[in-house]
Design a protein around this ligand. Structure first.
Ligand code: ADP
Ligand code: MG
Length: 267
């Protein structure tokens, strides 16, 4: 795709091969790097004061795939996403995104380049309305950019609640709002930190469907941090298990059960 001004769906370019007529143009990332890896993390280390929190993490997230990061409390999952988002500066290692090195980029620049982030605990603005919260997701876009109508198709409840304050929504509705806010700018990479935490089962199911559908379009990579094994296993194309700041196991989502990941999570 050309520049940011090219008109397109709110959620990025159409899937590869979806062009009418003629052979599909080769994806430059695919031909250069062998796979459509939109995110590449190498040798990532992170510290809080003297504590070594992340140890030599390396992985890729590919377009069209859900990469699940599993691990119990305190293993460094949130620190990983904050590092990828530039919320905490990376101490060592590199982060490449969509053909560029973003290791030292500001959070704002990462959003502008196409990373959407749904933080743990949602962090919506309780005193702002749903509409105002969604507009916050457009801060990296030119003024006057409309809220993509597609967000209300993904999360119809947000249309009903458009003038309510964020703080008056249920936990599940707030989670949907946080995801919609992250999607507003049309990211190529969506990172979600425990989106099922404290949410009722029916909304967890809806959120799962949306995540699968977004990935299946093939134009977005999704990194999903979870502790809820069944939800993670259902969505995972690729999985990573973290323990004490390290990736101790990884594989294809389809192999999670056979690989014994469930047992690892329940200990
Ligand atoms: N701001 C901080 N300052 C110091 N230590 C922190 C901070 N945030 C998290 N930690 C510590 O870093 C480790 C990893 O935390 P975190 O990334 O939140 O793990 P997870 O998301 O997997 O539960 C934990 O030991 C936690 O206590
Ligand atoms: Mg966490």
């Amino acid at each position: 795709m050309e520049g940011d001004d090219h008109p397109r769906s709110a959620f990025g370019a159409p899937p590869p091969g979806g062009n009418a007529g003629g052979p599909a143009e080769p994806d430059p990332r695919r031909s250069l790097e062998g796979a459509a890896a939109v995110l590449r993390v190498e040798g990532l280390n992170q510290y809080y004061g003297g504590s070594h929190i992340l140890r030599n993490l390396g992985f890729e997230a590919r377009l069209g795939e859900v990469t699940v990061v599993l691990g119990r409390n305190g293993v460094g999952k949130t620190t990983l996403l904050k590092s990828l988002m530039g919320v905490v500066p990376v101490k060592a290692g590199s982060v490449k995104f969509d053909g560029g090195d973003i290791t030292r980029a500001t959070s704002y620049d990462r959003v502008r380049r196409g990373i959407g982030y749904v933080p743990q605990g949602r962090e919506i603005f309780g005193r702002l309305t749903v509409e105002e919260n969604l507009r916050m997701g457009l801060a990296s876009k030119p003024g006057g950019t409309a809220i993509p109508a597609e967000l209300f198709e993904l999360f119809p409840v947000l249309r009903q609640m458009i003038n309510r304050r964020g703080g008056d929504l249920s936990g599940g509705q707030q989670q949907q709002l946080a995801i919609a806010r992250a999607l507003a700018a049309g990211p190529k990479l969506l990172m979600l930190d425990e989106p099922t935490e404290g949410i009722q089962p029916s909304i967890i199911k809806d959120i799962g469907h949306v995540i699968r559908m977004l990935a299946d379009r093939g134009t977005m990579a999704i990194v999903l941090v979870e502790q809820y094994y069944d939800f993670a296993a259902e969505l995972a194309d690729q999985y990573l298990v973290m323990e004490r700041g390290e990736i101790i196991q990884r594989g294809r989502g389809a192999d999670m059960e056979a690989d014994g990941v469930r047992q690892k999570m329940s200990i």
